[in-house]
Design a protein around this ligand. Structure first.
Ligand SMILES: N=CN[C@@H](CCC(=O)O)C(=O)O
Length: 352
């Protein structure tokens, strides 16, 4: 249930120019023959650290009564990232361009359904639950190999199978920092992009959960009550951006302190609708800057127990100026956030 990235596919993305080497020409590609666990073990043994993985779907946002578009974020990322310049600033030998979760069949079924129709909505939620299983199955061996997955969605529904996979491999609930105006703690009403964390909590996979940049007016009273009941915390967007009760760095410090509780592994979750005017189902004109989002990723990545980065909800088709503009913006922003993660890990102090 994984489509491994191939050199033929790479050829479609990489623009060659004499005298220059692009990232795509240097990243490691998966051996098509090796069994999955052996492939990951070989990458780790050769000094590999990162695994890039896409989930080309918008089933979760549709099942949450939102808009389509997130199925093209992985493509947008590849288009930009693979054409960045290669030089000493990124050790490409540590990055495996693994491929994407095989979910085209589910995505095709979802595209025929109308989320305004109750029966179709129920079917979308069932499709999302099927996707959960596929994501979890592919993620567990990556965590077990001691590699850092960088997952580019897709909707924020995929936080649930990611947390589940990591918790099952590490044998304990996972602490999580989420940069997001929404807590995604909606009721357990069938799987979708708005309840990844409430499902993870109900399953016992979520340890301490902190949301940075939450907007209280974008979360239902029921979701906020469930978040509180689960012991979750948040620093609201209004606290640092509007009322200036604390600086952004102080807010980040608070989140870092909270997700370092105990000995749990740490998940870095980022909903790109936290970023101002980022094309997304819930496009947001009062969000953070790209720099602030990159600081969140970079500072959390430096934590030795931070095990993965998940970038969710980027939806090129939701750009008001059209798909080409959306591909361009999503590609650039997702690339910057991935590089913030690798840069943070390069500065990580040894694990104690
Ligand atoms: N992950 C995003 N969740 C938000 C946005 C919903 C939407 O797609 O519009 C939520 O549930 O409110």
């Amino acid at each position: 249930m994984l489509q491994r990235f191939s050199s033929e596919e790479l050829g479609k993305y990489c623009i060659r120019r004499s005298g220059e080497t692009r990232l795509g020409q240097q990243l490691l590609l998966p051996d098509p023959q090796l069994p999955y666990t052996e492939l990951l073990a070989a990458h780790k043994a050769a000094g590999g650290q990162f695994v890039l993985l896409g989930i080309a779907e918008c089933i979760g946002p549709l099942a949450n009564m939102g808009n389509a578009g997130a199925e093209l974020a992985w493509q947008a990322f590849l288009q930009r990232f693979l054409n960045l310049q290669h030089n000493d600033s990124l050790c490409t030998d540590s990055v495996l361009l693994l491929g994407q979760i095989d979910c085209a069949d589910l995505q095709q079924q979802a595209a025929t359904l109308d989320n305004q129709n109750a029966q179709d909505l129920a079917k979308l939620r069932q499709l999302c639950a099927k996707l959960d299983l596929r994501v979890k199955q592919q993620l567990e061996p990556i965590f077990a190999a001691g590699l850092y997955p960088v997952v580019i969605g897709g909707g924020h529904n995929n936080a649930y199978p990611l947390l589940q996979a990591l918790a099952e491999v590490s044998g304990q609930p996972v602490n999580c920092a989420n940069l997001d105006p929404h807590a995604d703690f909606r009721p357990l009403e069938g799987r979708h992009s708005g309840n990844g964390f409430s499902y993870a909590n109900a399953g016992g996979y979520l340890g301490h959960y902190t949301v940075l940049g939450l907007d209280p007016q974008k979360n239902s009273a029921a979701s906020l009550a469930m978040l509180q009941q689960a012991g979750g915390d948040f620093v609201s967007y209004q606290q640092f951006a509007v009322r200036q009760q604390l600086s952004y760095q102080q807010a980040l410090d608070k989140v870092i302190e909270q997700c370092c509780y105990g000995k749990a592994d740490i998940a870095i979750e980022l909903d790109t609708d936290s970023i101002q005017a980022m094309p997304a189902s819930a496009i947001n004109y009062s969000g953070l800057s790209v720099e602030q989002a990159a600081q969140f990723v970079f500072q959390l990545a430096r934590l030795p127990r931070a095990r993965y980065l998940h970038l969710a909800e980027a939806a090129p088709a939701c750009h008001p100026a059209g798909l080409a503009a959306g591909i361009n913006q999503c590609g650039q922003v997702l690339s910057a956030l991935v590089l913030a993660f690798t840069a943070g890990k390069a500065q990580q102090p040894p694990e104690i």
